[in-house]
Ligand binder design. Structure first.
Ligand SMILES: Cc1cc2nc3c(=O)[nH]c(=O)nc-3n(C[C@H](O)[C@H](O)[C@H](O)COP(=O)(O)OP(=O)(O)OC[C@H]3O[C@@H](n4cnc5c(N)ncnc54)[C@H](O)[C@@H]3O)c2cc1C
Length: 484
């Protein structure tokens, strides 16, 4: 990395917050997706929004690419650094700046962990609803960039439904607010557009979020079925009965085996599938809904239904589910965590087809997923010491995404496109769609310096003609948009 730039960044952030030692830089070479690795040219850990803005201005002036990083738990390589670039690590900016219990809002810095917001709000009877399973460590800034979901997003919605304003640093280094913190600002929904943009439109430096009232009662049920089909039928029946649980999660036999090996969650013996159904709200509603869910699950073939009697039993039921990704390490030397979505009604057909793909390729697939919103997380297991297995696993993994698209779903539900899935994007969007998205990106980042190489299949500079298109984009040709 250019030594003059290093010196200027050390002046801005302090020498102790600039990392240039190659050994230390290896800490940041990947996120939760370890298949992609690259040490950054330089890492900086700013302590304020003003420092972030000054760092970005230096990068813009020297035409140096830069990448934001929160806690590095992303599963699509979104925070993968550039060897010729600066990694801007937000983990020192973790203050909860304001909690307003009256308007039920908080303003936080981007490096604060997701769970820390709920913990701080608890004394007011409030919590921050989006709850990725990584919530103990992942940052709210990373959640905004990925529009993260979680087990309770079925009822409460995704990150985008809880963010009302964002302070950002634009790719040119300007510090500005999107939205007014109420969620009701007139004009284009720039907060909605920025949320889920995977760090490609700028860097979030403050987040205004809604807080939600902690429900009066919570009941967590664990229902065991002999087959996935029976569990899937119960999911459809619960929703069509008009019940909206906080969460409906499902695990198949292989995922249960892994969770048992890792955390001894003691799910019912012989289960081909377990369903975790969490009901929350006013006590009377929860009691009524629990009775209805028990009846529906029994009709669908549940052979055992347990209800958590206290917080410890509730945590025990969730332990198996929340540990599932890491737990498959107990039953397989290597695995791919896939993330796709299908309409809930397509779940049975898609799960059957995944079993067929798995059997045909001789590659085991464990299924653990947010059943209520059709968000699949197939864990594709392989042994990287066996020649050809990794390639076979990647093929199965790609075929699962094709299956999601075929059924009207998406190649990602909550983990983002990042660097990992950019090659699949053209399977879902045509050249015109991709070109239009590039126009939006280029409107924010004309120099192409902000997290380049992510989301889109072919990184290109904004002045270049996108994709295979040689004529101007129709919106540009009609004068409705400018090509930068
Ligand atoms: C065990 C495990 C379980 C998980 N469970 C879930 C789950 O249930 N639901 C879910 O949605 N995800 C889940 N994830 C994925 C991951 O935790 C989320 O994507 C999370 O939001 C990433 O946050 P992070 O702070 O680690 O971000 P990072 O990995 O550091 O970065 C992710 C992306 O955000 C960008 N970014 C980070 N900070 C900023 C910022 N301040 N401004 C602009 N861009 C920024 C980065 O450039 C990158 O593109 C899980 C991951 C693991 C390892």
């Amino acid at each position: 990395m250019d030594s003059a730039l290093t010196a200027r960044l050390a002046q801005i952030c302090g020498a102790a917050s600039v990392i240039s030692d190659p050994q230390e830089l290896r800490t940041y070479e990947c996120d939760g997706l370890t298949a992609h690795r690259c040490s950054p040219g330089l890492a900086v850990l700013p302590q304020s929004a003003e420092e972030v803005a000054a760092v970005v201005r230096e990068c813009a002036a020297s035409r140096t690419p830069f990448v934001a990083r929160g806690s590095g738990t992303g599963l699509s390589g979104g925070a993968l650094p550039r060897s010729d670039g600066v990694l801007i690590v937000l983990s020192k900016m973790r203050a909860i700046l304001e909690i307003d219990p009256v308007s039920r809002r908080a303003i936080v810095e981007p490096g604060v962990t997701n769970l820390a917001v709920s913990k701080a709000a608890e004394r007011y009877g409030l919590f921050y609803a989006p709850d990725p399973s990584s919530q103990l460590v992942c940052s709210v800034g990373g959640n905004v960039a990925e529009n993260s979901g979680g087990a309770h997003c079925l009822k409460y919605g995704f990150t985008v439904h809880h963010v009302t304003g964002l302070e950002i640093v634009t790719p040119e280094g300007e510090l500005t607010w999107l939205g007014d913190g109420t969620g009701a600002a007139p004009g284009y929904d720039l907060v909605g557009m920025f949320t889920g943009s995977e760090g490609t439109l700028g860097i979030v430096t403050k987040i205004a979020v809604k807080l939600t009232v902690i429900p009066e009662a919570v009941t967590t049920l664990l229902a065991a079925f002999t087959t996935m089909g029976a569990g899937g039928a119960a999911v459809s029946a619960i929703i069509s009965a008009g019940i909206l649980p906080g969460a409906i999660e499902m695990m198949d036999a292989l995922a249960i085996e892994a969770a048992e090996a890792a955390v001894h969650c003691e799910y019912p013996e012989g289960a081909g599938a377990v369903l975790i159904v969490e009901l929350d709200g006013p006590r009377g509603d929860v009691t009524r809904e629990e009775a209805a869910v028990r009846e529906i699950c029994t009709k669908a073939g549940a052979y055992e239904i347990r209800a958590a009697r206290d917080a410890a039993e509730r945590a025990a039921i969730w332990r198996g589910r929340k540990s599932a990704f890491a737990a498959v390490g107990r039953i397989s030397p290597a695995y791919i965590v896939q993330d796709g979505v299908v309409p809930r009604t397509a779940l049975p057909a898609v799960l059957d087809r995944i079993s067929e793909l798995s059997a045909a390729a001789g590659i085991r697939v464990a299924n653990v997923f947010h059943a209520g919103d059709g968000n699949l997380h197939p864990l594709v297991l392989f042994d990287d010491a066996v020649p050809g297995e990794q390639e076979a696993a990647e093929k199965v993994s790609g075929a699962i995404l094709d299956l999601c698209i075929e059924h009207g779903g998406s190649i990602t539900g909550e983990h983002g496109v990042g660097v990992d899935k950019s090659r699949y994007l053209p399977r879902m969007f045509g050249a015109d769609d991709l070109a239009t998205m590039q126009l939006l990106r280029c409107a924010f980042d004309p120099a192409g310096l902000c997290n380049p190489g992510k989301i889109f299949p072919t990184p290109r500079l904004c002045g270049e003609v996108p994709g295979i298109r040689r004529d101007p984009h129709p919106l540009v040709a009609s004068g409705q948009l400018d090509q930068f």
